[in-house]
Design a protein around this ligand. Structure first.
Ligand SMILES: Cc1cc2nc3c(=O)[nH]c(=O)nc-3n(C[C@H](O)[C@H](O)[C@H](O)COP(=O)(O)O)c2cc1C
Length: 177
């Protein structure tokens, strides 16, 4: 039995090396809707989950789009704003595919997502956007992300409002083995 131990360890190491890298599901969510779909997506993809947390959570007043002076309105008026994050980035070296989820704000991704993308090293990784919204599509958000982060390898994204488990499985299928 003792003699078999090194062989068993060797097989275990080989299996670990050959295993495909897990994807990462990174998401920003101010009021929980994107968080809920991100959790389901991570399950569907067998992925790790990372929350793009703001340094200070958004209050209802911060999220008031009817108030031109609210925190979200001020951030979204200026494309150069990069609000600070409240948690360190995960070790991105472990991932080849990163799903990036967010609520649509004023037709595009919130600036917190730009902070995350600016701070991380995404070279050689596939980035797959997904979003939730009141009704807007994800197309404008995808174009804006591509314009602001042109060096990244963007894959076609998807709006996941009311997505079924089958929708989620189909969305992640090209990126999981
Ligand atoms: C500041 C702000 C701007 C928004 N702008 C849009 C928009 O342009 N189009 C849209 O369909 N929904 C818009 N919404 C609604 C959110 O996209 C939607 O409620 C989303 O599912 C919230 O996700 P969360 O709970 O993960 O934050 C906006 C919400 C906020 C707070």
């Amino acid at each position: 039995m003792k003699a078999l131990l090194p062989i068993a360890l060797c097989i275990a190491t080989l299996a670990a090396t050959a295993a495909p890298a897990k994807p990462l599901v990174a998401f920003f969510s101010a009021s929980g809707t994107t968080a809920a779909v991100a959790e389901r997506l991570a399950q569907a993809a067998g992925a790790d989950l990372y929350e793009i947390k703001p340094d200070v959570p958004y209050s209802a007043a911060d999220l008031d789009w009817r108030d031109a002076g609210s925190r979200s309105s001020r951030e979204m008026k200026d494309e150069a704003v990069r609000p600070p994050l409240g948690a360190p980035l995960p070790d991105l070296a472990a991932y080849d595919v990163v799903f990036v989820g967010f609520p649509i704000w004023w037709g595009v991704a919130p600036r917190q997502v730009d902070t995350f993308l600016d701070q991380g090293d995404f070279a050689g990784k596939k980035l797959v956007p997904f979003a939730t919204s009141g009704s807007s599509g994800i197309g404008r958000a995808e174009s804006a992300l591509q314009e602001r982060h042109p060096a990244l390898d963007w894959q076609p994204g998807k709006l996941l409002n009311r997505a079924s488990d089958a929708d989620l499985a189909a969305f992640v299928a090209p990126f999981v083995e």
